[in-house]
Write a protein that binds this ligand. Sequence first.
Ligand code: SF4
Length: 478
Amino acid sequence: MSTSRRERTQDACPGVLRTHPAADGALARLRLPGGRLAPRTAGELAACARELGDGHLELTSRGNVQIRGLADGAAAALAGRARAVGLLPSDTHERIRNIVASPLSGRGPGGRDVRGLVAALDEGLRADPVLAALPGRVLFAVDDGSGDLEGIPADLALRAGPGGQTLVCVAGETLALRVPDMVAVPALLAAARAFVERVAAGGPAASAWRVAELPDGRDQLLAAAAGVAATAGALVADDRPITPGASTGRSKRPASPGARPGAHAQRDGRWALTALVPLGRLRADQLDLVAGIAERLEDASVGGDQGTAGDCALVVTPWRSVVLLDLTAAQLADVRTRLAAAGLVVEEDSGWLGVTSCAGRPGCARALADVRRDATRVALAAGSGARRPALPVHWSGCGRRCGQPSGAVAEVVAQPDGYHVRAVSLASSAPFVVTWAPDAPVPVGAAGDGDREPGVVDWSALVDAVTEARELHRRETG
Ligand code: SF4
């Protein structure tokens, strides 16, 4: 297939078997479909990060994890250890298992239990040789019906609905099809195959890495899904374009529990606790801590009558947080205290809310600044108890802006003459269109500073500029 050559030569998404050569060593990414992480697996990941990498597990915006700083030969050792704990069930399909799911599925007060759909989708992806050619950038989402994945830029998605029906969504949900649950996964897989075939056919579509990048023919993906449903004799009740958010009839909803640090009530009377991981960098000792807590929670659930064997009490989310499930009210305060003491964010009004960054120095050779160090300093200056900023802030070590969220954002970009701080909107659909910047860039610490105090950074100017950019959005939008 023509996509094979294209995939081999151009798709740069890393995995475990094909790592990314970063300035601080090789970087390996491991997929966690649905974000569920068994305690034993989490413990092994912590050990791998400590023994093979730089001592951290990085959480990605697709709910996956990565280990960086791998020396020569360490990636092969990591692959072997990942395979032993079930994290590498397929060598050929490892980089396409990008599936995000509602973190409280089966527990949250709204929505349905979609854990079975996630497992079936992962299995179906791995079982189809054609889908090995999917670009590693394609993202699948499985929403439990609560709509909490709204804002996640999925290429192909399932959204559970009432009455045993599921919405099959294509291209950011601008096209959708309602089908019975039993054919939802086969229908979505058919749409994925149609995307592979569309790209392989060549022409302008050959350069598409995401479904939304197809110049035309996205409706063919939906038609492929409908064909599967029809062949199965399943009712296709709806086949029409929809607008984002229209599928649920709700345009504004609270952020997902996975995006909001703190406690969230489960429908069984117990609690979920979300801990934000600053800049998505989870230390090995922090991972050991949450894995140990999750293990005890799972043992207690199986020992009692509130859970089932194999139920994961630990979930990694695309909002760079971890969620512990099934806490009793008596356990909640103690666990919250222990996570906070370890440096994880469990306060709803933390200065870390909405703060993201690229790798920067020393991980990226292009970086002009140690953005993680500087973002940390500014976030700590904001402190807990600060008003929750309306606008996220993203720090980039150069003008490529890797990982910058779409939509309205305060961007802090290192340039040769200093940090350029602006409030911008990269998405035409966002209501916020004002661009703001301080009169002059804020100087960056000298190259090669590493973790030492740079001395030349005007920290108060940087804090002021970032605060102003984030607050501007609040004033502009009321
Ligand atoms: S934005 Fe620039 S410095 Fe940051 S990871 Fe991307 S290329 Fe590297």
